[in-house]
Design a protein around this ligand. Structure first.
Ligand SMILES: Nc1nc2c(ncn2[C@@H]2O[C@H](COP(=O)(O)OP(=O)(O)OP(=O)(O)O)[C@@H](O)[C@H]2O)c(=O)[nH]1
Length: 402
């Protein structure tokens, strides 16, 4: 079966136009600015192929050069839109100016060499190949790190495309083998297929990598507290059943510790809301440095933090003491006054494990008791297995107001 260039060009143009038109259906409307650029890329490429085909049908007439120049303009504009899409994803890159220059020089040189089919083709292929090589380099040297594997694949596609365009420029300049975009024969077919497959692959990679990144960011937003960078309540509630099950299976102690900054309202009132925010961030930093990687610290809400620790009561108590000293020292240094903490703790019974809401309820009751009894202390919930520690902590000095 023989496939002539005209049939192939028609198929490619229809294919690109359909992708361009259907893109909003796949991505959902309204589409982002980057997706609009991508849509423009497909539609302009389709237009470029249609114009090349039209020019080949009217060879020798005055319309031939006009259609041919219009085709190169469409392909160059598509190239520029691809660079724009890439930059929307990976950030602005200085090489984009070079791409813009090549996208302008390509059609200009094409007009300059308009009388020689081989020369104009060689020039345009060279400019196009260089600008695609620049896009490949932009994928390898992004302004911000992102999806390395997808970027390597995109850079590989760009390399294949630019090599095929340089080869085409060479063949057009030094051989009779290939001297027109529309010439029938294997060479042009191969170049057309490479351009379409690699061009589409680059854009698909961009879309998939971008979508993955966005999903990842959304997951992080849903699970993290924006002010402190700690896990949020939702993340803790998700992680807790697994930690409870692990503690039960391995017979580990599991403590639910609620921590609350004392007189935090006064911090805000006396020093301002931004200092209050700094105080929360300071405590979060201390928690991150003290809590082990298999345990969990989350901002429960306001100035209250919830911790899940694999620790016996004595270890929880030691943890609390260490944390209080650290937070007091750091807050004195950084904020000019000392922060004090109250804590309420409930322990999961190894014999009759309670549900997380029950444990939280018990920890909250213990925290309330710590607050009522003067603050600046850790209270264990009464049914927990460390009754001896509660009075010991209760003997502490109540924390002064900041
Ligand atoms: N700066 C800042 N303040 C917050 C934030 N979330 C909650 N707050 C403040 O935290 C304060 C909590 O006040 P209270 O519940 O009365 O607690 P408290 O003053 O610490 O009193 P005790 O807990 O009884 O010692 C309120 O003034 C809230 O406005 C936040 O993200 N940033």
């Amino acid at each position: 079966m023989q496939l002539d260039f005209a049939s192939m060009a028609i198929l490619i143009a229809i294919n690109l136009a359909v992708i361009g038109v259907a893109l909003p259906l796949a991505m959902g409307t309204p589409i982002s600015r980057a997706a609009q650029h991508m849509q423009g890329y497909f539609l302009l490429q389709a237009l470029g192929w249609a114009l090349i085909l039209a020019a080949s049908r009217i060879r020798g007439t005055t319309w031939d050069p006009i259609f041919s120049v219009a085709a190169t303009c469409a392909a160059s504009a598509a190239q520029w839109l691809m660079a724009q899409t890439l930059q929307s994803w990976l950030g602005h890159h200085p090489l984009s100016r070079v791409v813009l220059g090549l996208c302008v020089l390509g059609p200009l040189g094409f007009i300059f060499f308009i009388d020689s089919t081989a020369q104009r083709m060689a020039w345009y292929s060279l400019c196009h190949g260089l600008s695609i090589a620049c896009l490949g380099w932009m994928c390898l040297q992004p302004q911000r790190p992102a999806a390395p594997y997808w970027r390597y694949l995109m850079a590989g596609c760009a390399l294949v495309m630019s090599c095929s365009l340089f080869t085409r420029a060479y063949l057009a300049t030094y051989t009779q083998w290939l001297n027109a975009f529309t010439q029938d024969g294997v060479a042009n077919h191969v170049f057309a297929v490479i351009a379409q497959v690699c061009g589409s692959l680059v854009l698909v990679c961009m879309l998939v990598a971008w979508r993955d990144e966005t999903n990842q960011k959304l997951r992080e937003l849903a699970m993290n507290d924006q002010l402190t960078g700690l896990a949020n309540r939702h993340a803790l509630l998700q992680a807790a059943p697994l930690m409870q099950a692990l503690a039960k299976r391995q017979q580990l102690p599991l403590a639910v510790l609620l921590l609350d900054i004392d007189h935090f309202k006064d911090v805000n009132d006396q020093h301002g809301h931004s200092v209050g925010d700094q105080a929360l961030q300071l405590l979060a930093r201390a928690l991150k440095s003290e809590v082990r990687s298999d345990e969990m610290a989350a901002r429960w809400g306001g100035e209250e933090f919830c911790l899940l620790l694999y620790a016996h009561p004595a270890a929880v108590d030691a943890f609390y003491q260490r944390l209080c000293v650290m937070v007091q020292q750091q807050s004195l240094q950084e904020l000019g006054f000392a922060l004090h903490l109250s804590g309420g703790c409930a322990l999961q019974s190894l014999q009759q494990p309670q549900s997380l809401p029950q444990l939280l309820q018990h920890a909250d009751t213990a925290l309330y008791e710590a607050k009522s009894n003067g603050r600046g202390r850790l209270v264990f919930e009464r049914t927990s297995i460390a009754p001896a520690l509660a009075p010991a902590r209760a003997a502490q000095e109540p924390s002064p107001a900041p």
